[in-house]
Design a protein around this ligand. Structure first.
Ligand SMILES: Nc1ncnc2c1ncn2[C@@H]1O[C@H](COP(=O)(O)OP(=O)(O)OP(=O)(O)O)[C@@H](O)[C@H]1O
Ligand SMILES: [Zn+2]
Length: 465
């Protein structure tokens, strides 16, 4: 399987460092607000990467951190009159609500920066001892020039970096390319005691420390959004490799930008939609489908039109699944005939095509196209006279492969006619009792299971999609 590696700027054959165990660290959110659709692209991408590696038989350990202390956290906490800890607790909880809704599975570890202060201090001490870091009046900086590989991830040399670097007011670094590992306390800021006085960690050091602590000195895959290549990941590489003397991450995966009107969706530009807002209007799987319809490295433009297209495409997939479910009940139980054997062989080829797409740097767009091929093949080949087994196998294949992409979480086995009639009666009673909320709920539940109700003058009729 091949993965595009930002370190080498090409697709490379991927093999884990240790047998079939894969370690992944993805940079998580700064928890000062709800996350937006641009952030969600990163979370959904790594969810699929992880699912797929597991599907291919790897044992995956996945870590995604929460940045719960930085300038943005402090500013927002002050604005809202809460502590930084309270703000972090609140938005971590909100993160999980949205992530759960989007069917993004929990990481094996979700470390918080503030719970690793002692580890961070120890790590900085090592960097100072090894001569890579220095203290100035309570701040500690990393001396970028001391690390020979500085710039290798973002592909810049020191002159270029120097031209782009600046010393912010209040910074006491000796060289503009250096960066802070520890920041001396300013009035009104949360702080922790350290050998350099009261202060707090810089952003980059958190991730180096939490990655090494939870996954080891060399990790297989490290990733995040495109804006993290420089300086965040460049600095992580420098710190980690300077401290351990080992390669930090073997593969760097960076997701493309999610844009809106061809501009990066971002909190600072104010052109963002939170996932929370979007989920008021769309099913979470529609958002996931929209994301996975493009390759994870291509920029994508978020628009209502594309969301609508995703909605109807996803509906087509669900409808096909319900059609299979229906046929499975109707079709006769008998051994496969020759034609059906041929048909299943073709479907198996489709499955392999899907795996090839995913093996090619997680080409989810290609994988989705194959799901539609499978459905087309089913539609032209099987009918109510086909063997039940042929239908069942197709359905199971589509469910399994779609499941790897995180789809079909709402698929439920077909309701029997009696169950449907019973639910319709319950709905009628709810309507008579003017409990319209319950009546609508029952109708929606049936809809989600592929049953459409029609209120006619002669009573309620129902049909399967
Ligand atoms: N428009 C976007 N497209 C793709 N990834 C993004 C986008 N915006 C942010 N990310 C990524 O989302 C992840 C979470 O980052 P974080 O919470 O720090 O975002 P943020 O800095 O608050 O967002 P913003 O850039 O909007 O201010 C990071 O990996 C970041 O690179
Ligand atoms: Zn990070």
């Amino acid at each position: 399987m091949k993965i595009y590696n930002t370190l080498t700027k090409r697709k490379e054959e991927f093999r884990p460092l240790n047998d079939n165990k894969v370690t992944i660290y993805a940079c998580g959110p700064t928890v000062y607000d709800f996350f937006h659709v641009g952030n969600a692209r990163v979370f959904i991408t790594f969810d699929v990467v992880r699912n797929y590696l597991k599907y291919r038989g790897y044992e995956v350990k996945f870590v995604q951190n929460f940045t719960d202390i930085d300038d943005k956290m402090i500013k927002r906490a002050n604005e809202e009159g809460v502590t930084v800890k309270e703000l972090g607790d609140r938005f971590i909880e909100e993160y999980f609500k949205d992530a759960d809704a989007l069917n993004i599975k929990r990481a094996d570890v979700h470390p918080r920066a503030t719970e690793h202060i002692q580890d961070i201090i120890e790590f900085i001490k090592v960097l100072i001892e090894k001569g890579y870091a220095y203290e100035v009046e309570g701040d500690v900086y990393f001396a970028a020039r001391k690390f020979p590989g500085y710039g290798k991830l973002s592909g810049q040399n020191l002159e270029e970096l120097e031209a782009g670097a600046r010393v912010e007011p209040g910074e006491k670094k000796k060289d503009p390319v250096d960066f802070a590992l520890w920041k001396a306390k300013k009035p009104g800021e949360p702080s922790w005691p350290s050998p350099w006085g009261e202060g707090r960690p810089g952003w980059h050091i958190e991730c180096s420390v939490m990655a090494v602590k939870h996954l080891g000195e060399t990790i297989d895959i490290h990733g995040g959004g495109p804006d993290l290549i420089f300086p965040h990941h460049e600095n992580e590489v420098a710190q980690s490799e300077a401290a351990t003397g080992k390669p930090f991450a073997r593969f760097f995966m960076h997701v493309g930008y999610l844009n809106i009107n061809n501009e990066k969706m971002s909190k600072s530009l104010g052109n963002f939609f939170t996932v929370r807002e979007i989920l008021k209007e769309y099913d979470p799987e529609v958002l996931r489908f929209f994301m996975l319809s493009s390759h994870y490295r291509s920029p994508i433009n978020f628009s209502r039109e594309l969301m609508e297209q995703s909605k109807s495409a996803l509906e087509r997939l669900y409808n096909a699944l319900y059609a299979m479910e229906h046929l499975q009940n109707a079709a006769p139980e008998r051994p496969l005939n020759g034609e059906e054997e041929e048909y299943l062989k073709k479907q198996l080829e489709n499955k392999n095509k899907l795996i090839d797409s995913m093996d090619d740097d997680f080409n989810t767009a290609g994988a989705i196209a194959v799901l539609f091929d499978m459905i087309r093949e089913f539609n032209v080949s099987l009918n109510e006279n086909s063997s039940r087994e042929a239908v069942r196998k197709t359905k199971e294949m589509v469910l399994e492969l779609g499941g790897v992409l995180g789809f079909f979480s709402k698929f439920q086995p077909l309701l029997l006619d009696e169950e449907i009639e019973r639910k319709i009666k319950e709905r009628e009673e709810a309507r008579k009792a003017k409990n319209y909320a319950l009546a609508d709920k029952i109708r929606d539940e049936l809809r989600a299971r592929g049953i459409i109700l029609e209120d006619t003058p002669a009573g309620v009729r129902w049909k399967r999609v």
